[in-house]
Ligand binder design. Structure first.
Ligand SMILES: Nc1ncnc2c1ncn2[C@@H]1O[C@H](COP(=O)(O)OP(=O)(O)OP(=O)(O)O)[C@@H](O)[C@H]1O
Ligand SMILES: [Mg+2]
Length: 488
């Protein structure tokens, strides 16, 4: 599962994954282990008892066996229906859990926007749906046992009647018939036991189906095992690259060369395809057409591990995992000493923030969540990339606004991080990329402008417009028509 392909539509989003799976393994493992033992026991009993029945009367045995296909047909029909209902039950359980988690993790926003009522209503609706689905699944699967018992009893009556005639006609003794009827009871009993466990089995199968659907997702192709040439810093080339998550192209025939040790900044409106471009370079997705080359080697001809070991990523969302700040910084280089961690923090301007915390580098990030601002988390992510010392750096700048002092710290940290590496910076704050060697303006998956900050400002095109928006010059913003104004 570790290498499962990141497929946009068929897989649940990572944060939804826990809710996609059954809440705990018991519904899957419990019935399986209980049922397997019962099944083995039932098989042995049936074989032994059938042998005894055949010895007493082959004719009565044939009659007793007629009930089996009937039981199977009825059992399968009901089981199919109940499996579908159990599937609904697991799906609704997942949705309800996702809703609970969402309202819990975002409860401040929910309160601020006064959405408690709406959340409570959705919860009540989903809960009611789940209750209905669970009841229905239990009722339908609960039908199997009485139905099997009913068919068993019918065959019992038939045996008694035919047995009585056999005694009258002298074909069998009374003792023989009584013994046969007892045996036939023993032979139908294991079937009844299995049937009574059917709701457990159906629930187990339904929950297993969800797990296996995920496991059956095609794995990421491990690709070629080639290596990239040993050169540093590296040249990155995008050649006629086109790519779409689905049918529509997100990146359209894009050409870009980033010279070794230089910084290319990519700017553009939200959804222009900036992060997508980075996803392609990291091979989270493969290009639809065209090539991406690192020092002249197509990245598809090197293994993903070899490629990714060269690239450092500061992601758009500053992701810190539950652990100490030290572990978080040393993530890209687990053998780093405390001195190295402290040095990275120092260079990236995060050391004074960490030192101000009572437990310093040993502060567990979970509990420090409240005391680390978004900007500080970004700084820690930068220190993490710094300590890993990659040859190529991708910096997907966070969109969240930070105060002027943190902005300055971030600027300093990124320019130190960029030093001596080939960098691709996705900039949302244009102030951070004034000194980039080349700035590329991406619009709707295409490069519409390319040049340095001064050249692009002078050209008075898209970049010029973007920079004016950013510095909030109201005269440059599109005018609102009177209707829009009054609705604000
Ligand atoms: N996993 C995905 N599956 C399907 N579509 C996606 C996926 N990721 C992104 N997209 C779509 O691709 C387009 C480009 O997204 P991308 O994340 O590259 O934009 P961006 O330029 O990084 O935007 P932002 O400035 O908001 O970060 C968007 O329309 C987005 O909805
Ligand atoms: Mg993005």
């Amino acid at each position: 599962m570790g290498t499962a392909r990141r497929h946009p539509r068929s897989l649940p989003r990572p944060r939804d994954l826990p809710h996609h799976l059954p809440p705990r393994p018991t519904p899957l493992l419990g019935p399986l282990s209980q049922t397997l033992t019962a099944l083995l026991f039932a098989l042995l009993t049936v074989v032994g008892v059938l042998a005894m029945m055949l010895i007493i009367s082959p004719l009565l045995t044939l009659l007793a066996l007629i009930s089996i296909p009937l039981t199977l047909a009825v059992g399968t029909a009901v089981a199919k229906r109940s499996q579908r209902l159990f599937g609904d039950q697991w799906r609704l359980t997942g949705e309800l859990n996702a809703h609970i988690e969402e309202s819990y993790s975002g409860h401040e926003l929910v309160t601020v926007f006064d959405r408690e009522g709406a959340f409570r209503e959705t919860f009540a609706n989903r809960n009611a749906e789940l209750k209905k689905a669970s009841h229905l699944a239990q009722v339908v699967s609960g039908l199997i046992a009485p139905l099997v018992l009913f068919i068993g009893n019918l065959s019992y009556v038939l045996l008694c009647v035919v047995g009585a005639f056999s005694v009258i006609s002298g074909q069998l003794t009374l003792g023989g018939v009584v013994a046969f009827v007892q045996y036939s009871r023993q032979y139908s009993q294991p079937l009844g036991t299995l049937a009574s466990m059917s709701n457990l089995i159906q629930s187990g199968i339904a929950s297993a189906a969800r797990v296996f659907a995920l496991l059956d997702e095609p794995e990421e192709d491990p690709g070629s095992q080639g290596r990239l040439p040993v050169v540093r810093p590296r040249r990155i080339t995008f050649e006629h690259v086109s790519f779409g998550y689905d049918r529509e192209l997100t990146i359209k025939d894009l050409d870009l060369v980033v010279e070794p040790g230089r910084t290319a900044a990519i700017v553009g409106a939200s959804g222009a395809g900036k992060t997508t471009l980075m996803n392609l370079l990291m091979r989270f997705y493969d290009v639809g057409s065209g090539h991406i080359l690192v020092d002249g080697t197509d990245i598809t001809s090197a293994s993903r591990d070899a490629l990714r070991s060269e690239i450092g990523l500061v992601p758009q969302e500053p992701w810190l995992f539950g652990g100490t700040i030290r572990d978080n910084i040393a993530y890209g280089r687990p053998d780093a000493t405390l001195e190295q961690v402290e040095q990275a923090a120092q260079v990236c301007g995060v050391s004074h923030i960490v030192n101000a915390l009572p437990q310093g580098y040993d502060t567990v990030v979970d509990s420090a969540d409240g005391c680390l601002s978004e900007g500080e988390r970004q700084l820690i992510c930068i220190a993490r990339a710094f300590i890993a010392d990659p040859a190529v750096l991708i910096l997907d700048e966070a969109t969240s606004a930070v105060d002027a002092r943190t902005e300055l710290l971030l600027q300093r940290a990124t320019s130190r991080l960029r030093h001596g590496r080939t960098c691709l910076v996705i900039a949302h704050r244009l102030s951070t990329i004034r000194d980039a060697d080349v700035i590329v303006v991406l619009q709707d998956g295409r490069i519409v402008e390319k040049g340095t900050h001064t050249q692009l400002l002078r050209a008075g095109g898209e970049y010029h417009r973007l920079s004016q928006y950013q510095f909030h010059e109201p005269s440059t913003l599109p005018a609102l028509d009177p209707d829009q104004r009054s609705s604000r």
